[in-house]
Design a protein around this ligand. Structure first.
Ligand code: UT7
Length: 316
């Protein structure tokens, strides 16, 4: 990346990026790959981990700001890809029920979890795939060193399932989601499709310092609000899985909540900021790595363009 910037006459260094953000690596998709392709891989892994088939799923909620198309939703494209793969492997049927996208930028996964949880609790769905998938490499301005070094591509997914109370108390304990549209200008892609052409600028713009200041404030508020809703305190949190934008934002949140950093799942060094994919990627890393265990309480929280922010408290 630093070489790419230098070739464009822009000055940066690995030292600056690591010190200011904590990012060491990130991943970009190959040409022709879309958010639904990343989501497909993540969903297959989530279904395998849950011991479920595609035909068990009756809801897909996909969080993305980098959809395959203007419409239909990436969730419906994903549903078709999952169904085709299932049929090819001999399953009698594919995924059914509703499939739709949620657009809340880096808070997308928190919003998607909240929506899927609500649909399950009202009996509308029984087994949901909740996915965050992004190809932010497609909307980066490689002439802007203040943003192009930060973001990466990725996807992560979980399965949410309705279950009778088994006494374990496992499940989503509480959610807290918010938006304030007056901050649109500090993090946006101010372009659209109109009359067969792109109108405006289709590349990401961010006022990093303004976003940073807002983020540290609302992440503390969301954490406290979701804990209060669940009747819990910071002392009940086994793991904080925050949106992976900047290690300094995560450290600040942990300090404010009096959580030691060894209770914070950090993957920003490996993936950079993958927007709606960052929380499920970090959760996957923590679960598969044996950090997060059944029975533990996990606080997930995100913040992003809109401005949007929120938190979900889960007992695993
Ligand atoms: O996911 C959605 C939420 N997004 C976020 O949470 C991002 C929040 N913001 C941030 O993470 C940080 O504000 C950044 C990482 C974007 C920037 O860090 P910062 O400590 O706020 O740096 P800054 O904007 O104050 O810039 C400091 C200096 C500036 O130079 P001068 O004006 O002091 O001479 C920048 O021009 O660093 C310069 N700079 C760079 N230098 C080398 C900005 N980008 C780069 C770069 N390489 N890539």
């Amino acid at each position: 990346m630093v070489e790419l910037l230098a070739a464009r006459g822009l000055d940066s260094s690995d030292e600056w990026i690591v010190e200011r953000t904590g990012i060491r690596n990130r991943h970009f998709v190959a040409d022709g790959m879309q958010a639904s392709d990343l989501a497909f891989q993540a969903c297959r892994a989530a279904l395998a981990a849950a011991g479920l088939k595609v035909s068990d799923i009756d809801l897909i909620v996909l969080a993305t700001s980098t959809p395959d198309m203007v419409f239909p939703s990436t969730a419906t494209i994903l549903q078709h890809k999952l169904t085709q793969a299932a049929l090819a492997e001999g399953d009698a049927s594919g995924a059914g029920g509703a499939a739709f996208d949620v657009q809340a930028v880096c808070s997308g996964f928190i919003y998607a979890l909240t929506v899927a949880d609500s649909l399950i609790k009202t009996g509308t769905a029984t087994k949901a795939l909740v996915v965050g998938a992004e190809v932010f490499s497609r909307i980066l301005d490689f002439n802007d060193r203040t943003t192009c070094v930060l973001f990466g591509d990725g996807a992560g997914a979980v399965v949410l399932e309705a279950c009778e109370h088994d006494g374990s108390g496992a499940g989503i304990l509480a959610s807290d989601i918010h938006a304030d549209g007056k901050h649109t200008g500090i993090l946006c892609v101010p372009g659209t499709v109109c009359g067969g052409a792109v109108l405006g600028d289709p590349l990401l713009k961010m006022d990093g310092q303004a976003v940073f200041k807002l983020a540290v404030g609302v992440l503390e508020d969301a954490a406290r609000a979701v804990l209060a809703k669940a009747g819990k305190t910071e002392a009940d949190v086994d793991w904080l899985v925050p949106h992976q934008a900047n290690i300094r934002i995560m450290q600040s949140t942990a300090r404010k909540l009096k959580l030691p950093m060894d209770k914070v799942v950090v993957t920003v060094d490996q993936h950079g900021n993958t927007s709606a994919a960052s929380i499920p990627l970090a959760l996957d890393h923590a679960v598969r790595g044996g950090l997060v265990k059944p029975g533990q309480t996990v606080l997930m929280e995100g913040v992003g363009g809109g401005f949007t922010w929120g938190a979900v408290l889960v007992k695993m």
